[in-house]
Design a protein around this ligand. Sequence first.
Ligand code: ATP
Length: 133
Amino acid sequence: MSTMQLDIVTPERKVYSEQVEMVSTRAAEGDIGILPNHIPLVSPLDITIVRIKKSGQELQIAISGGFLEVRPDKVTILAETAELPSEIDVDRAERAKVRAEQRLVNKQDDVDFRRAEMAMQRAINRLNISGRR
Ligand code: ATP
């Protein structure tokens, strides 16, 4: 089976760097599945999950926004944050979700509302791949 290089990096660290068979995620224009030899593409990414197929196994990584660059032999994801399921602190994500819920209820203005909504999405995204909601 043919493969391509996948690098997922954040400002803090290189989170993932492997040869993989497929990458799928939600880009700005919708869900996208990338196989080797895909046409070149650059797209922003939302708070979402990156699904990776490697050696026939599926792996998920939670990211909170960033950019996707596709070349025929290489996919690079520059993400604001990225975590593997094993790295996710579930209690922390649950606390972040509760805090965001409280802020959404007590919103002071639109800026607070938008920030709380984003924090909520990040928490839910992390809980989704950690197996708890
Ligand atoms: P919190 O309010 O708990 O800090 P947050 O969504 O505001 O959550 P971010 O700003 O997205 O946090 O991330 C800051 C750093 O903490 C990043 O390195 C991110 O990978 C890490 N991080 C955030 N939440 C978790 C979590 N639940 N488990 C593990 N790492 C996390």
